[in-house]
Design a protein. Sequence first.
Length: 75
Amino acid sequence: MIILPQHMLSNAIHLRVAEAIVGSPRNGFVAHNSRVKIYDNVVVDVHGSAIFLESGTETGVVESNFVVGTGGGTR
């Protein structure tokens, strides 16, 4: 399954498992002040960060993700 980039917003629990993000002009998964479980995903050819924990207050698990070809984008 190929999905659009994911932005997970405040004060919620977000589960992202076995998804693929391909060709995003910015970031892949973005979490903002939330609890996340991001695992077993594939992120390919994004121009920003593959997995970006935005605030530094995020908690949860980020593991077993496969990332290829990030960076090179502008903000």
